[in-house]
Design a protein around this ligand. Structure first.
Ligand SMILES: *[C@@H]1O[C@H](CO)[C@@H](O)[C@H](O)[C@H]1NC(C)=O
Length: 565
């Protein structure tokens, strides 16, 4: 009895402490994942300042957002950086030794090119092989556009020139939809660190000898509830193998051709990646994505974007709204890429109808000028064009986060310990949503399923205390790391800066050089099988005379009988 009480009060104290830490977000005093390497940002202790080349051609803001804290921290620690990117780094002008080479025009309004680009009408609700291949093809197209921009920008020549004066030590880049940037790693003989800003694409597993294990490891393209049914396993297996093949034969061939066209260089980017990749940093963590076999070259940095700086002050309007929300708040945000205001009218009406009956107030990220319904009660609904999502999610008043299951938002909810209602729209969001649902911190409600009944049922289910309790417990596991995600990322970069080619040589898996026959020990199996067969045959041969002896007279006698007739 007393021990249970003691445990209970210990848990309560932990929760209180946790909430105090979270609500002190503006003070930046939170621990765990958000502690970041900035805690020890006193400079690259024991590591000489390096010269880092970072190449991030993809246009999505949510992708570059994962790289930003790493780049900024490297600069703060005294390393030199040349960063080729499409998305601007708002802190670049204040950072020492940080050269920003943009692929976009410096005057471009990035709020219309890097965010709010996906209308809800284009959602892909099911995960069939056809949809996956379509998504692969779209990514391929985007990747090649980014590549053309990269090579047309003149920055490649700039970087090659810079290297002559002050050699680069490392290529930090995104592993997402193309490898055309790896020509730089080849030409400058640089070790590579690849950052995967979403769950790692299945076609990158091989380059660091990461097992794909399609019986239960879901790749970025697939989203299913665990455990998988037989047909789902078949699809997962097929896509894992097929996408690897297509990526090699289609995307990488296009990358090689593009490099040949622009630099007149004959290379195979896949061979470069295998030979020169030191680490892949994956924006994921097992507490959300599930446990999986991994190699030493794969480092989990899920939550790396959660830094003190990102816990921005809430706007006065939001602070006031929080104060007047005595019964808690539901926060709705479908991310930076999805245009919430493109929602179908019947669904919007249903959502508002249900929300109006709840005791909770609602903060809704709504990027259009006009509110969805002008007659709504302003004391219950607050529409904001942009929300300091992380700071808001960590507020104790926020009871539920209705998300589109983008990885960054889910990670933030995980960090803050908030239950989730998830409406995945495209890409990895299905995978992310199922992963969170499987871990008991939320439930998925598909976009096309949204109506008054389904929404009421979902909210009813989520009102059970088990979801909030589980979310809080998971957040404690997520936040208690051996090393913060940012520290892990910084360590990997500084490790390679310090040890260069030797670091790659030692960490690179010997497995990637083996052919598939040897890799799967089929040669050994073949020998064992052959030996067993030989044994079996010789045993039978030895046993043969005994067992064959009796039929002989029988046959003879039959023959004899026949000859008799
Ligand atoms: C691997 O990379 C190193 C360093 O860039 C290079 O010297 C070596 O030739 C490469 N090996 C292959 C097989 O490409």
């Amino acid at each position: 009895m007393t021990t249970r009480k003691a445990e209970e009060s210990k848990r309560l104290a932990l929760i209180v402490l946790y909430c105090a830490v979270l609500s002190g977000a503006s003070g930046g005093a939170s621990g765990g994942a958000s502690g970041g390497a900035s805690g020890g940002a006193s400079g690259a202790a024991g590591v000489e300042a390096g010269n880092v080349l970072a190449v991030f051609p993809h246009f999505g803001y949510s992708h570059f957002k994962v790289a930003l804290p790493i780049l900024n921290e490297l600069s703060r620690r005294g390393h030199h950086l040349t960063v080729i990117s499409y998305v601007q780094n708002p802190e670049a002008p204040q950072l020492a030794n940080y050269e920003q080479l943009l692929l976009s025009s410096a005057t471009e309004d990035q709020s219309s090119t890097t965010i709010n680009v996906v209308p809800l009408s284009e959602h892909t609700p099911t995960r069939s092989l056809k949809v996956l291949l379509q998504e692969y093809y779209d990514l391929y197209g985007n990747g090649q556009i980014s590549c053309e921009l990269l090579y047309a920008s003149g920055h490649v020549e700039t970087v090659l020139e810079r290297h002559k004066q002050k050699p680069y030590d490392l290529l930090l880049t995104e592993y997402f939809s193309t490898d055309c940037q790896l020509s730089l790693a080849k030409l400058l003989e640089l070790p590579i660190i690849g950052l995967s800003t979403c769950a790692l694409m299945p076609y990158y597993y091989d380059r660091i000898d990461l097992p794909d294990t399609p019986a239960y490891v879901l790749s970025e393209f697939v989203g299913f509830k665990q455990p998988l049914s037989w047909s789902e396993r078949l699809l997962n297996f097929a896509q894992a193998k097929l996408l690897k093949l297509i990526y090699r034969l289609h995307t990488n061939r296009a990358d090689n051709a593009l490099i040949k066209r622009h630099l007149n260089l004959d290379i195979d980017v896949d061979a470069v990646a295998r030979n020169q990749t030191a680490f892949i940093l994956g924006n994921q963590h097992y507490s959300h994505m599930g446990s999986r076999p991994r190699t030493q070259q794969f480092l989990e940095v899920g939550g790396v974007h959660i830094t003190h700086e990102s816990q921005k002050q809430l706007t006065p309007k939001i602070v006031q709204f929080l104060q007047q929300s005595k019964h808690g708040i539901i926060f709705i945000s479908w991310g930076s890429m999805v245009r919430a205001s493109s929602i179908d009218d019947d669904k919007l009406t249903a959502i508002i109808h249900v929300l109006q009956q709840l005791p909770f107030n609602v903060i809704w990220k709504w990027e259009a000028e006009e509110q969805p319904k002008p007659q709504l009660d302003a004391s219950k609904f607050l529409f904001v064009k942009w929300a300091p999502q992380l700071a808001l999610l960590c507020q104790p008043q926020v009871r539920l986060f209705w998300a589109h299951a983008g990885l960054l938002g889910l990670t933030e909810a995980l960090h803050c310990g908030k239950p989730l209602l998830m409406t995945p729209i495209y890409g990895d969001q299905f995978l992310n949503a199922f992963a969170a649902q499987d871990r008991g911190v939320g439930i998925k409600l598909d976009y096309q399923q949204i109506n008054v009944d389904t929404l009421q049922q979902s909210l009813q289910e989520l009102s059970k205390p088990s979801y909030a309790e589980r979310a809080l417990k998971l957040s404690q596991v997520f936040n208690q790391r051996e090393r913060s995600p940012l520290e892990t990322a910084i360590w990997s970069v500084e490790h390679v800066l310090q040890h260069g080619q030797l670091a790659v040589e030692l960490i690179r898996s010997p497995g990637i050089e083996l052919n598939w026959f040897v890799y799967h020990s089929l040669d050994s199996l073949a020998v064992i099988l052959a030996a067993l067969l030989l044994l079996l045959v010789s045993c039978r041969a030895l046993a043969m005379p005994k067992s064959q002896a009796p039929p002989k007279p029988q046959r003879k006698s039959r023959k004899a009988r026949r000859s008799n007739t």
